[in-house]
Ligand binder design. Structure first.
Ligand code: PLP
Length: 463
């Protein structure tokens, strides 16, 4: 294949309707603007090309192709401006194309793009590790290692815990999501779409029941007793290297465990020589109104995995934790060609600066108040919303059949689809597919967030 074979033919090229300095970032007009139906003709053309060229297993939520994004909007190939209530799955928490990230990336990309940190190291990787060691929960000595994706961070946290403990078993929880690689599929609870047909899965993975107050009606202490009993009877601490849990389940439905559940699990791990891993890939970096969700529950994990929000949209992930655990792996045992790429590290340093110094935690809390009030008012008037839950700018509504309390996935899908057709990108989640999750960028203006929620309310009323 020659270069011209892969070039976009002129007739298929998408010219952005916005040129020059207003191309992306926070300078984009902060408005919902529909100039065509969704999808418009250019997006439809790209959706068709995608169907022909991209493997069918790679799905998409909104049938629009993006040309620019920033603040609280995504602009599509037809010039529609959609309200973004998903942040590309909790990634662009500080806002898309944040100016500090753009500047840091531009500076770094002109210096060098790659040396491989395992060949010729560079300062920005070390500085990201230092920052993560500083801002993650707990004031014990910590170390970090950087990777490319969340799944890769989870894989490495498990490697490190096994090497440190000399044990093999790992416990994950009902409704847990940890990624799409072989080990992380095994850790993930939900078969369809994440696992179905992709086995066999990694061995020595066990599953414990989660605290899910809306459905199990147990307090945190009782739910933890139940989980610990399963772990002790079915696995045994002598065989168990690690317990991995999302402090608030992401893909599983924004399930907030009852008070006391996480501290009891963490305490049991500490007492039994088991590494407690908090998967904060979705909950991390100010999203929940704390820098990390573990702080919401007062737990200090031994290891913490991060990714998604870490670098303002560039691919980067990390494992951070107790120095003695992190140092258990022999030299050369951890790493990867691209892990801690210098451009991603430059972006992460800029993003972490924004998280720490530009009021992101406060902003997440403000957004949480708006989301909770608006969705709570909807719930009060509509019994099809069974539960509204979450923390900070990570809030979800669970949809049920009011007569039976059974999950209502078709209502959920209909509401989400109607929102997207009206120019508001919302994401669904949940083991039963009956949860709409709200993960707006913290850069979204209040009026746009309210307008997005107005559209959700109208879609629900019409469904
Ligand atoms: C998204 C996610 C992952 C996987 O991250 P990728 O970057 O998609 O590999 C793992 N754990 C949690 C909690 C996630 O939300």
């Amino acid at each position: 294949m020659t270069a011209t074979d892969t070039a976009v033919p002129a007739e298929n090229r998408v010219d952005t309707p916005l040129a020059g300095p207003t191309l992306g970032g926070p300078t984009l007009p902060q408005e919902r603007r529909l100039v065509t139906s969704i999808p418009g003709p250019r997006s439809q053309e790209l959706v068709d090309r995608k169907a022909a060229a991209v493997a069918a297993g790679v799905g998409h939520t909104a049938p629009v192709h993006a040309v620019a994004a920033g603040g609280g909007v995504i602009v599509d190939a037809d010039g529609n401006s959609l309200i973004d209530l998903g942040s590309g799955i909790a990634v662009t928490t500080i806002g898309n194309a944040h100016p500090k990230v753009v500047a840091a990336v531009q500076e770094q990309v002109a210096q060098f793009t790659h040396t491989c940190f395992m060949i010729a190291p560079y300062e920005s990787y070390v500085a990201v590790a230092e920052a993560l060691n500083r801002i993650t929960p707990g004031d014990h000595a910590k170390k970090s290692a950087l990777f490319n994706s969340g799944a890769e961070a989870v894989e490495n946290a498990v490697k490190i815990a096994r090497k440190f403990t000399g044990k093999q078993a790992v416990v994950a929880f009902d409704h847990g999501y940890h990624g799409r690689t072989n080990l992380t599929m095994a850790l993930t609870a939900k078969s369809m779409p994440y696992k179905s047909g992709f086995g066999p899965f990694a061995s020595e993975i066990y599953r414990a029941p989660l605290s899910y107050p809306f459905r199990d009606r147990l307090d945190g202490v009782m739910a933890a007793k139940k989980a610990i009993s399963v772990i002790e009877k079915q696995v045994g601490a002598d065989n168990l290297a690690a317990v991995i849990i999302e402090p608030i389940q992401g893909e599983g439905g924004f399930i907030v465990p009852a008070d006391g559940f996480l501290p009891a699990i963490a305490e049991w791990c500490r007492a039994n020589g088991v590494v407690f891993i908090a998967d904060e890939i979705q909950t991390g970096f100010a999203r929940t109104g704390e820098m990390f969700a573990s702080e919401v529950f007062g737990v200090v994990p031994d290891l913490i995995t991060t990714a998604k929000g870490i670098a303002g949209g560039l691919p980067l992930a990390a494992v951070t934790g107790r120095a003695e655990i992190m140092d258990a792996a022999h030299a050369g045992g951890l790493g990867g060609t691209y892990g801690g790429n210098p451009i991603a590290c430059a972006a992460a340093l800029a993003a972490i600066d924004v998280f720490e110094n530009d009021g992101m935690i406060e902003r997440a809390r403000e957004i949480g108040v708006i989301l909770t009030e608006r969705l709570g008012a909807l719930q009060a008037a509509d019994p099809r919303i069974g539960d509204v839950r979450g923390h900070g700018a990570m809030i979800a509504a669970e949809f049920v059949d009011p007569a039976t309390g059974e999950p209502d996935a078709s209502l959920t899908a209909a509401v989400a689809k109607a929102c997207i057709a009206q120019g508001v990108i919302v994401l669904t989640c949940g083991t039963y597919g009956n949860v709409i999750r709200f993960l707006p960028p913290l850069s979204i203006p209040d009026d746009l967030l309210h307008e997005g929620l107005d559209v959700v309310a109208a879609a629900l009323a019409a469904a």
